[in-house]
Design a protein around this ligand. Structure first.
Ligand code: BTN
Length: 266
């Protein structure tokens, strides 16, 4: 396997990728490798992909444990000051949703950055930005998608392309599909139009709008009615004491207790 396989998967989808693309059979974390390249001056759209990660990272300081053969890819962006950086992961989710549709998988996006089929997680996105002199220098967008069957202990909470579609694409073909969709979506015009990004994301999001949700953000737990996502990517939750903008956390839909409205009032 070589980066040429990814380039040829990109070419098959009509996308030229002149910037560096690297492939490793195994790496600590593709985000960490790419961050090193970024500090060394690598150009925007440099990409690092790997068949396995020994120290994969997820959101909120968690580990990302993933089977060999899954997709692990990171892309370097150097957004200009007009870009809504907080919306990049949402747009990346849209791209992943489009890419996996190639294999007939209809994934939905769950705030903030989960890619799910039903209740099970198919993939996730970890965006890490670095600033200098008060402005964003670069963003490393890391994407993981389960291609092969999840480990048995994760079967209840995780799914994969092979489970959903009956066959797993190769990691480099999946890398080509995801990178091609990302490149098409992350163009300057869309990135400067927060409402357009949110609208694209909402078309693919889980349909829990107007429903009761619980969001855990650090030590805070919020229960209320999910209203939408604003132009900065924050989740809007209507509670008895007003609408709260949640910037980060874990959200899940709640089944309403009989006799309660979506804001939790009896
Ligand atoms: C999450 O849902 O918590 C985000 C998971 C992101 C995993 C990807 S795999 C490629 C890149 N490298 C990492 O170490 N993490 C991201």
């Amino acid at each position: 396997m070589s980066p040429e396989a990814i380039r040829s998967a990109l070419g098959a989808r009509g996308v030229e990728w002149p910037e560096p693309v690297e492939w490793f059979e195994s790496v600590g974390s593709t985000n960490d490798s790419l961050r090193e390249r970024a500090r060394g001056g690598a150009p925007a759209w440099s990409a690092v992909a790997a068949g396995w990660q020994s120290a994969g990272r997820g959101r909120q300081g968690r580990s990302w444990i993933s089977e060999p053969g899954n997709l692990h890819v990171s892309v370097l962006l150097r957004p200009d000051p007009r870009t809504s950086v907080a919306l990049l992961p949402l747009l990346a989710g849209v791209a992943v949703g489009e890419a996996v549709a190639e294999w007939g998988v209809q994934a939905r996006l769950k705030w903030p950055n989960d890619v799910v089929v039903g209740e099970r997680k198919l993939g996730g996105i970890l965006a890490e930005s670095s600033s200098s002199g008060g402005s964003i220098d670069h963003v490393v967008l890391g994407i993981g998608v389960n291609l092969v069957a999840p480990a048995p202990e994760l079967g209840a909470i995780a799914t994969s392309i092979s489970v959903e579609a009956g066959r797993a694409p190769s990691a480099w073909d999946a890398a080509g599909a995801v990178l091609a969709a990302l490149r098409r979506r992350c163009n300057d015009r869309t990135l400067r139009d927060p409402a357009a990004v949110v609208a694209l994301w909402r078309e693919r999001s889980v349909d829990w709008w107007g429903q009761s949700v619980e969001v855990v953000s650090g030590a805070t737990r919020i229960e209320g009615r999910a209203e939408g996502v604003d132009a900065s990517g924050a989740l809007l939750v209507a509670t008895g004491s007003g609408t709260i903008r949640v910037l980060s956390g874990e959200a899940r839909a709640l089944r309403l207790a009989p006799g309660r409205d979506p804001e939790g009032r009896a």
